[in-house]
Design a protein around this ligand. Structure first.
Ligand SMILES: Cc1cc2nc3c(=O)[nH]c(=O)nc-3n(C[C@H](O)[C@H](O)[C@H](O)COP(=O)(O)OP(=O)(O)OC[C@H]3O[C@@H](n4cnc5c(N)ncnc54)[C@H](O)[C@@H]3O)c2cc1C
Length: 495
């Protein structure tokens, strides 16, 4: 079968690689000069920086990502650095620092030492996290034959209520939500299953791509081309021609046509109604694709450091202004922003020093919506001034933990929600795609099949985002063509 994948992000590349390995002829079309989407690594003045993927999990022996990568034959192409700590979490107002260890028993033990009166609750909470994660069968590379799996009540409940169900101490409740930036949590709405799966992934074996996350994109691309497929960059798909609910071809901005038997979209689904020509989607379906809300965007400051000035730390350093603001990181609050910054470091060749720090704060699109009509490289002076002010605010917060950051820096630049929108093609620069709402989970997730018979969806908007979710959805999309369980059963056989 000939397959065209639109978008060479984590989802498109994983799905393409799995199907190429199944013997299909896969062509991936990517609008940017570089593949990877959120997996991209870019170089500026000789230093290599990550676009997105700073922390990962599941790459330990017998972890789900380890098994998929072994199955695809790319494990040896990846350089993964494991960490003993999940994170340092620093609350400025309270003057507290927590160093949260990786590993289930170490996690329970550490928190029980700090909050001894809660030790039983911490154990029960942690067991509940793992229980919820096990409801997502694919997370553990188990086939799920049910189209609509039945989930527990806890799975669907808001994450903050889930934590409060087990934990009494308000400070510990805030602390346990420290993974919040990894899913842009909103109290009362973000579902417990997202919190559980991301927490479990990082409790188990937190890690990062030591050679840059584009390693994974390159390795997946290698699988596709080695199996007779192609990955084409600078190919911006602008039109999808449909006749009788069947895609006939896709056309790029240069007018080039690409034909296949099946088409898989890894791009934000809200873009599809405007690209599709011919009667295809019902007005109701188009309305749904356009109106599901998105997660927030981010403002990211990249700080290149002088050699030998800041010791490298393997784990993320989370700096929050106060404990109660743990759940306010996504809120549009121009005066108070940022309430938190997550810092990720890159090591020098000898591993002793940091060569740069990437400081990421969640940010609402509303902050930049007045410049929505501008494009990268053609912004207005008032936007550049705004960006400078926001950069200084992030540096102020970072300097509370790294006091000499301004003296230690060689150069500093930033990416805003506009950058993420232009680079990834995501609506309003959303970093995790459609917002998953515990109050209406069915409406905030999309089926892989669409109203067009040979057009399927994959990527972070369909189900869970990130390294814990997108590859699992890629398997589900691929198995829509190969038969349910076909690929996952092969992955399970790999030791
Ligand atoms: C700042 C940031 C930090 C993050 N941190 C983490 C983290 O630490 N850990 C983690 O697990 N996850 C993290 N994520 C999330 C993770 O990166 C994403 O969930 C994942 O990369 C999404 O993959 P995707 O394939 O669904 O979408 P994308 O990566 O957005 O891929 C879509 C691709 O489609 C291309 N495209 C768009 N329109 C077109 C078109 N018309 N024609 C052709 N191509 C098109 C885009 O250029 C892009 O390459 C982060 C994301 C961001 C942005």
């Amino acid at each position: 079968m000939e397959i065209i994948v639109i978008g060479a992000g984590l989802g498109g590349l994983f799905c393409g690689a799995l199907l190429a390995k199944e013997g299909h002829k896969v062509t991936v079309l990517e609008k940017n000069p570089h593949i990877g989407g959120g997996l991209q690594t870019f170089v500026r003045n000789g230093e290599s920086y990550e676009t997105g993927m700073h922390v990962a999990g599941g790459f330990h022996e017998q972890g789900s990502l380890y098994r998929i990568c072994r199955y695809l034959g790319i494990w040896d192409r990846l350089e993964i650095a494991q960490s003993d700590l999940m994170s340092s979490v620093i609350y400025l107002a309270e003057g507290r620092t927590y160093r949260i260890p990786a590993g289930k028993e170490a996690f329970v033990g550490y928190l029980s030492d700090v909050f001894p009166e809660e030790s039983g609750n911490i154990r029960n909470y942690t067991e509940a996290l793992f229980r919820l994660s096990e409801e997502e069968k694919l997370f553990y590379m188990k086939s799920n034959p049910e189209t609509y799996p039945v989930h527990s009540d806890e799975f669907m409940m808001p994450a903050d209520e889930f934590i409060a169900k087990y934990i009494d101490n308000p400070e510990l409740r805030s602390l346990l939500a420290f993974v919040n930036p990894l899913y842009a949590g909103v109290p009362g709405h973000s579902p417990a299953f997202l919190h559980a799966m991301i927490s479990v992934m990082f409790i188990d074996h937190p890690c990062r791509f030591a050679g840059g996350s584009s390693q994974l994109a390159d390795a997946l691309s290698w699988v596709i081309t080695r199996n007779g497929g192609a990955v084409l960059t600078r190919t911006n798909v602008t039109r999808i021609l449909v006749e009788e609910r069947t895609v006939k071809c896709v056309i790029d901005s240069e007018g080039r046509e690409y034909k296949a038997d099946t088409y898989i979209s890894d791009i934000h689904p809200c873009l599809l109604p405007d690209m599709i020509e011919g009667k295809a989607f019902t007005p109701g379906y188009c309305e749904r694709l356009r109106t599901i809300p998105d997660t927030v965007s981010a403002f990211k400051v990249y700080v290149r450091l002088k050699p030998g000035r800041v010791p490298f730390v393997e784990h993320p350093v989370s700096i929050l202004d106060s404990m109660p603001n743990t759940w306010n990181l996504s809120v549009h609050d121009p005066e108070g922003w940022p309430h938190g910054v997550s810092c990720f470091m890159a090591p020098s060749a000898d591993g002793r020093w940091a060569t740069h720090i990437s400081a990421l704060s969640l940010m609402s699109w509303k902050e930049v919506s007045r410049w929505a009509g501008t494009r990268t490289g053609h912004r207005t002076p008032d936007y550049l001034e705004w960006k400078k002010v926001r950069t200084e605010r992030v540096l102020d917060m970072v300097s509370k933990v790294f006091p000499d950051i301004r003296e230690d820096m060689v150069e500093c630049f930033a990416a805003s929600p506009l950058t993420f929108r232009d680079w990834l093609g995501s609506r309003n620069g959303s970093i995790y795609g459609y917002f998953k709402d515990s109050g209406n989970l069915v409406m905030s997730q999309l089926p892989i099949r669409t109203k067009v018979t040979n057009l399927l969806l994959t990527g972070q908007n369909v189900n869970m985002h990130g390294i814990g979710g997108v590859p699992m959805t890629a398997i589900e999309t691929a198995e829509t063509l190969t038969g349910i369980g076909v690929i996952v059963n092969k992955i399970r056989k790999v030791r």
